[in-house]
Design a protein around this ligand. Structure first.
Ligand code: CP
Length: 313
């Protein structure tokens, strides 16, 4: 595999899940695969899980991780072609990506959307520019429209905890005080569409995800109806796609409670705002899989890096 930028880079999700489970059983089995190889983790935005689990994954493969908070510590990077750079930016992506490629065998990038310019966000300008101008493989650590390391993690977690062959999985919107990206919800939906699950999306009117993501997945605007007979409830806030990047509903009745959840397992990518997205009683119960999910971030990242390392020239 050259790059991992989207869930669509997964050729066979079930076989990837089985391989990730096997890595989890023996995380240091391939400790020599990444010997003398360096991965550069470039963060344009904050992170706890992605930053640490991707480093841990690299270390488990014997790689040397180097990390940079690009927004805070590097020169401002210009992504537009042909610009007169007499403003905020001091270095063009053409030089930056070429230079970092000389220090690293793999580059991983986190760059969130603007949430103000849908066309620009959907063009994935930052991620695409790294793919175009770097000479080494690129891994998406959450971009404007996708978080495929998280999506792979979530598929692995559902596979581990499923008690029946075709579980019902609900992706539910929940309220939040800030306008949040669609990336996690997008990649989760794409992962579920590749899995043998009964998958539905629950969100208020005005919060439908892009039709390119939803495809033929049913959208239900009534949370209670959507949760009926659910085995897994995956919760995430996202801002409106239609009224792009806006908060048009903060209805607290969409918060997840223990009563609503019933016997289903609760999932969330974290970080999560307690008693806004979900009440304490859920997170503090055995119904919550959020800690197990976060643990699986290491093995999802390790699988992706292993596949890239195997194909490095
Ligand atoms: N789930 C996730 O990507 O967490 P971080 O933003 O902390 O990396």
């Amino acid at each position: 595999m050259k790059n991992y930028t989207s869930i669509h880079d997964i050729d066979n999700l079930q076989s990837w899940i089985e391989e990730a489970k096997s890595l989890k059983q023996d995380p240091l089995k391939h400790i020599t695969l990444g010997k003398n190889k360096t991965i550069g983790l470039l963060f344009f935005n904050s992170s706890l899980r992605t930053r640490l689990s991707t480093q841990k994954a690299a270390l488990n493969l014997g790689m040397n991780p180097i990390v940079m908070n690009v927004s805070g510590d590097a020169w401002g990077i210009e992504f537009e072609d042909g610009t007169i750079m007499d403003g905020r930016t001091a270095e063009h992506i053409k030089e930056a990506a070429a230079v970092v490629s000389q220090y690293c065998d793999i580059i991983a990038v986190r760059a969130f959307p603007t949430l103000t310019d849908r066309a620009k966000d959907e063009s994935e300008q930052v991620l695409r520019s790294f793919v175009e101008h770097a000479s080494v493989p690129i891994v998406n650590m959450e971009s404007a429209t996708g978080h495929p390391l998280q999506g792979l993690t979530d598929a692995l977690t559902i596979s581990e905890h499923a008690k029946k062959s075709r579980p019902k999985v609900v992706l539910s919107w929940a309220p939040h005080i800030k306008a949040l990206p669609h990336a996690v919800a997008n990649s989760f939906a794409q992962a579920m569409q590749k899995m043998d699950v009964d998958f539905v999306i629950a969100n208020p009117e005005g919060y439908d995800l892009s039709s390119n993501i939803v495809g033929s997945t049913p959208i239900i605007h009534n949370q209670e109806a959507a949760f009926k007979d659910a085995d897994f409830v995956y919760v995430k806030n996202w801002s409106s796609y239609e009224d792009y990047g806006k908060i048009i509903n903060t209805d607290p009745s969409w918060m997840i409670t223990k009563e609503k959840l019933g016997t289903a397992k609760f999932m969330h990518c974290l970080p999560v705002r307690r008693n806004v997205i979900v009440e304490d009683a859920v997170l503090d119960s055995d119904s919550s899989l959020v800690i197990q999910q976060a643990n699986n971030r290491t093995y999802a990242a390790q699988l992706v890096l292993k596949k890239i390392l195997k194909d490095l020239k």
